[in-house]
Ligand binder design. Structure first.
Ligand SMILES: C[S@@+](CC[C@H](N)C(=O)[O-])C[C@H]1O[C@@H](n2cnc3c(N)ncnc32)[C@H](O)[C@@H]1O
Length: 262
C-alpha cells in the first residue's frame, strides 16, 4: 500500500449505507450478550464502530486504523469512542479483547500476512472470545477483473507495469477452516451476494474509486487517469447492462467468518 495515497473518508462514505450493511449482517451473528471489551480493527471513518456501539452501548470499544484521514473522521463522528492510529501487522491489543470485529479490512493485508495476524489476535483472547470478519470476495467479479484488463490496455500500462495494483484474492473457506478452527470451539463461515442498486454505470466507478481502484489510479498522471477511467467505464457498461429504469445492479459477493475462541 506504500505507493497508494491515504484513504479518502469522503469518497468512501459516498456509499455509506451499502458499505455499512455487511457490518450489521456480521454483528447479527456474534454470539455475545455483554462483551466488556471490543476492538474494531480497521475501523475506517467509524461507520462499523457506530454499528457495534448501537448493539453494545455499555462495552469499552476502541477503533484502530492505519489511515490518518479515517481516524480523524471517526473521532469527529464518535467523540466518545477511543480511536487509535495503528497497523494490524504490529497492533498489540492493550487488554484481553472479548470481540475483535473487522469489516472490509483484511483484503488489504498481503495474502501471506492475513492468517498469521488473525491467529495472533485470536491467541490473545480468552475462551469464549469472538473474532468476527467480513471481506469482499469479488476478485473475479467484472468490476474487479475489468480493472486488471483495463490496466493492461492503454498508454497507462507502462506506468502500472510491475506495481502491486490488484488485491490478492481472499483465502477460501476451506483454507480458513483448516487454519483457524484448531484455535476455536466453533467457526461459522458463509457468503452473501449483495445486489447493490446504483444510479448508473458511473456510480460503479465512483464506488470502486473509494476502494479497489485506488492502487490503479493513484500512480497515474491526470491525463492517464482520465483515459484509464474512461476505458474502465466502457468495460463496466458492457459487463452490467442497465435495468429498465437506467439503474445498475452491482453484484457484490462477501465472505463472513465468526470464530469463537476455545
Ligand atoms: C474499506 S475500509 C473499511 C472501513 C470500515 N471498517 C467499514 O466497515 O466500512 C478499510 C480500512 O482498513 C484500513 N486498513 C487497511 N490496512 C490496514 C492495516 N494494515 N492496519 C490497519 N488498518 C488498515 C484502511 O485504512 C481503511 O480505513
Amino acid at each position: 500500500m506504500s505507493a497508494t495515497s491515504d484513504w479518502s473518508s469522503s469518497q468512501y462514505l459516498k456509499f455509506e449505507a451499502e458499505r455499512t450493511r455487511p457490518s450489521r449482517d456480521l454483528l447479527a451473528q456474534v454470539p455475545l450478550e455483554f462483551p466488556e471489551t471490543i476492538v474494531d480493527l480497521g475501523c475506517g471513518p467509524g461507520n462499523s464502530t457506530a454499528v457495534i456501539a448501537a448493539r453494545y452501548p455499555d462495552s469499552r470499544i476502541t477503533g484502530m486504523d492505519s489511515s490518518p484521514d479515517m481516524i480523524k473522521k471517526a473521532k469527529a463522528t464518535l467523540p466518545n469512542i477511543e480511536f487509535t492510529l495503528g497497523d494490524l501487522h504490529t497492533y498489540p491489543p492493550k487488554e484481553p479483547t472479548d470481540l475483535f470485529f473487522t469489516n472490509a479490512v483484511f483484503q488489504w493485508v498481503p495474502y501471506a500476512d492475513r492468517i498469521p495476524i488473525i491467529k495472533r489476535l485470536i491467541q490473545t483472547q480468552s475462551s469464549g472470545g469472538v473474532f468476527a470478519l467480513q471481506v469482499p470476495d469479488n476478485a473475479n467479479e467484472p468490476s474487479h477483473a475489468g480493472m486488471r484488463i483495463a490496466a493492461l490496455e492503454g498508454p497507462w500500462a507502462k506506468t502500472l507495469s510491475g506495481r502491486r495494483t490488484a488485491l490478492d484474492p481472499f483465502q477460501t473457506p476451506q483454507e480458513l477452516y483448516d487454519e483457524i478452527k484448531p484455535l476455536c470451539s466453533s467457526l461459522d463461515i458463509w457468503h452473501t451476494n449483495y445486489e447493490h442498486v446504483l444510479d448508473d454505470h458511473w456510480a460503479v466507478v465512483e464506488w470502486v474509486k473509494g476502494t479497489g481502484l485506488r492502487p490503479f489510479v493513484d500512480p497515474l498522471s491526470e491525463v492517464e487517469k482520465e483515459g484509464f477511467l474512461k476505458a474502465y467505464l466502457e468495460r463496466i457498461k458492457k459487463a452490467y447492462p442497465a435495468q429498465y429504469d437506467g439503474k445498475v445492479l452491482l453484484r457484490y459477493p462477501r465472505l463472513f467468518m465468526v470464530a469463537v475462541r476455545a
